[in-house]
Design a protein around this ligand. Sequence first.
Ligand SMILES: CSC[C@H]1O[C@H](OP(=O)(O)O)[C@H](O)[C@@H]1O
Length: 330
Amino acid sequence: MVEAIKWHGDHLELLDQRVLPFETSFVQCRTAQETADAIRNMVVRGAPAIGVTASYGLVLALQNDASPQAFHAACEVLAASRPTAINLFDAIDNTKEGLGNPAGWQNPAAEAERIAVAYHQDDLAKNKAIGRHGAQFLAGQRRVLTHCNTGSLATSGWGTALGIIRQLNEEQRLTQVYANETRPFLQGARLTVWECQQDKLPVTLVTDGMGGHLMNADMVDCVIVGADRIAANGDTANKIGTSMLAMAAHFHGIPFVVAAPTTTIATKTLTGKDIPIEERPHDEVSHVRKNPITAPNTAVFNPAFDVTPAALISAIVTEDGIFHPPFKFN
Ligand SMILES: CSC[C@H]1O[C@H](OP(=O)(O)O)[C@H](O)[C@@H]1O
């Protein structure tokens, strides 16, 4: 199981997901700003991984300057790195609350480090529970279509949707994984395929437009995806292209399952309309690995996420179990 995030006590080491699987290189962070830049630039990505990384960014901030003013400035810098994944804000609030008691500020850097390490370990435990619940729920489903990357690279290890897929494989109940390439950042083609190959999962790469054909040809038993923010009513923000998969699955009567830890559930976000959708740099769409795929100065729209209405979601799997519609998280 690959480790995307490594804490070394005085710096953070991130596996650079912008260049996998072609290069294995690492980015070191020693300040909150460097950590925020790594999140914004998608050195590290994936909602749970973003939260864990931000927790360590706050430790670095306190190691550099243990004043409350510097800590709150670091919270702002990290909170501004990416707007959609609620895990980022959950992690920041988790450290804020942990330092809330008077004892927390006696040695805030050490206390924040204890909090961050616990948050990191807790996410791994959540992933394993999601895998168990999801595999139990999907008994008999053997051919899975997934979107983006929701594995060890997007979490503390094991994964959410890919964690369920790993569990199905461990229980010898998986015959096929179709991985959407997931334009424009290619999390599927570059990261999910690589993770599946590392674990000898039966993975086939498909383009983002193939989902309807696979379902029409009866090649898929279920669709499993991750999430970046689940609203109180179950509307779910996930990688751009997810909602179209949900529409196709609904039309074909195929289960569409969202897998996420409860740190991805935003009870104060009432519906999908309240979820901020990140827009990313245009060259992510107009170029692939720095090579242009369109004419210069082409107009581009690059929303990184879309919202799948709760009505299209068959089940939401968290570490607490399986939730069915109508969803009401509070
Ligand atoms: C378990 S990862 C959840 C989620 O995060 C990814 O977004 P990004 O790669 O832009 O950070 C994707 O939406 C995954 O489904």
